[in-house]
Design a binder for this molecule. Structure first.
Ligand SMILES: NC(=O)c1ccc[n+]([C@@H]2O[C@H](COP(=O)([O-])OP(=O)(O)OC[C@H]3O[C@@H](n4cnc5c(N)ncnc54)[C@H](OP(=O)(O)O)[C@@H]3O)[C@@H](O)[C@H]2O)c1
Length: 372
């Protein structure tokens, strides 16, 4: 649903200005609200911002409630990056609060695809005489909420493949070492990226080779819950590995093959799924993660795991941290070792954004034909 519905025309330049504030605010919930959406709200009257809000954390107050709960100014315009909810969930319906506060006009970027809402919030506002308009800055709002939208529409998490690479596409040197393949500045950005996601996923060989904690220690992400997911077909990871530590804030999820179920569960969230020639069946893994309420997964490889996700086109986004080093080596682990059948069928990125640093760069883009 696009365009204006009912009532009088708003000033488009002002609408755009205030919606941009709401979009910026919404991003402050990044990493903390999933599987809920990020939402920003701005209340305006006579060209002045009266109050603002954003959805802080999962299960917490909605953006509309934050913006309106202490406000008693009838006749205002409310800018929202997502349609207000109309049902009792963890909080009461925001549409009812908007009606009670006598808001005159609501401008929303998009309809909420959650089947419990899906246009019902806007319909309730209209039925109560509130002027509504849907679609302003929809593209930006959808991009910000790409994890949520994919999760809602497909029932699967958004998947980003992430790797630190040499200039010639190697994840390790020829002896298999990956430490310091990227410079410190890129490594810091790469760790911080984990905060944007609900889960981080790695293969058993990386866990054995590097013994990583896979936690989130960067500033700005304190208190964030991050699931760590490991693919261990044989159910044979030794218990003294670092990955078994810090499970309170960083719950560990292990996937093993059905054939290894007889070895028993090592952690409460240990799942057994079918395997094939590639290893564990990734759609089954992703479905199980969605069942845990995980709306986004950052795949941190290594090579074989990245290869499976890329070859099976089970990724929506790619984030590559590329150093200026040329490492070479036929035996070095590569990003996509099995390779494309031909150039026409090679996976391709779109909407790419590149950030340059002194000793490397970050390339971030979306898989062409990605669902969101
Ligand atoms: N530069 C970087 O960004 C980066 C990041 C991560 C890792 N690394 C490096 O990469 C190296 C490890 O990479 P790797 O290619 O040897 O192994 P890997 O990708 O870390 O792990 C592969 C293993 O995961 C398990 N697995 C289960 N299901 C799978 C599936 N569907 N697809 C693929 N694997 C599946 C298999 O072992 P089981 O049969 O035991 O389950 C498989 O052998 C290490 O040296 C590490 O340091 C580099």
């Amino acid at each position: 649903m696009t365009g204006k519905t009912g009532g009088r025309e708003g000033n488009r330049a002002d609408d755009l200005k205030f919606m941009k504030i709401a979009l910026k605010l919404s991003r402050r919930g990044m990493g903390f609200v999933e599987p809920n959406p990020m939402v920003g709200a701005v209340v305006v009257k006579n060209g002045r911002v009266l109050s603002c809000g954003f959805h802080h954390d999962f299960g917490g107050k909605h953006a509309e409630t934050m913006a309106l709960e202490r406000l008693a100014v009838p006749g205002a315009t409310l800018y929202l990056t997502l349609e207000p909810c109309s049902h009792f969930g963890k909080t009461p319906p925001c549409a009812d609060l908007i009606i009670a506060r006598k808001v005159r006009r609501v401008v929303a970027s998009m309809i909420d695809p959650n089947p419990l809402v899906n246009g019902a919030g806007i319909a309730r506002l209209r039925a109560n005489g509130i002027e509504t308009s849907v679609g302003l800055c929809r593209e930006q709002a959808e991009r910000i909420n790409r994890h949520y939208l994919t999760f809602m529409r497909s029932g699967m998490p958004w998947v980003a493949v992430h790797a630190g690479l040499s200039l010639d596409g190697k994840l390790t040197d020829k002896s298999g070492r990956s430490h310091w393949i990227t410079p410190p500045e890129l490594r810091r950005c790469s760790h911080s990226l984990r905060g944007e996601f609900s889960a981080i996923l790695a293969g058993s060989r990386t866990i054995l080779a590097d013994d990583p904690l896979l936690t989130l220690r960067e500033a700005g992400w304190q208190g964030k819950k991050l699931y760590r997911v490991v693919l261990d077909s044989g159910n044979s990871l030794p218990h003294d590995l670092n990955i078994f530590k810090e499970q309170e804030n960083f719950p560990l999820v292990i996937f093993s093959s059905l054939a290894a179920a007889n070895k028993g569960k090592r952690v409460p969230r240990h799942f057994f799924v079918p395997a094939d020639a590639d290893g564990l069946q990734l759609p089954a893994v992703l479905k199980q993660l969605a069942g845990l309420g995980i709306a986004s997964v950052l795949v941190e490889g290594g090579g074989r795991v990245n290869d499976s996700f890329i070859r099976q086109r089970l990724f929506d986004e790619m984030v590559l941290f590329v150093s200026n080093k040329v490492v070479g080596g036929r035996d070095a682990v590569q990003l996509f070792a099995s390779g494309a059948e031909d150039l026409e069928r090679a996976p391709e990125l779109t909407g790419c954004h590149r950030s340059e640093f002194a000793d490397g760069s970050i390339l971030r883009g979306y898989r062409k034909c990605s669902p969101a």
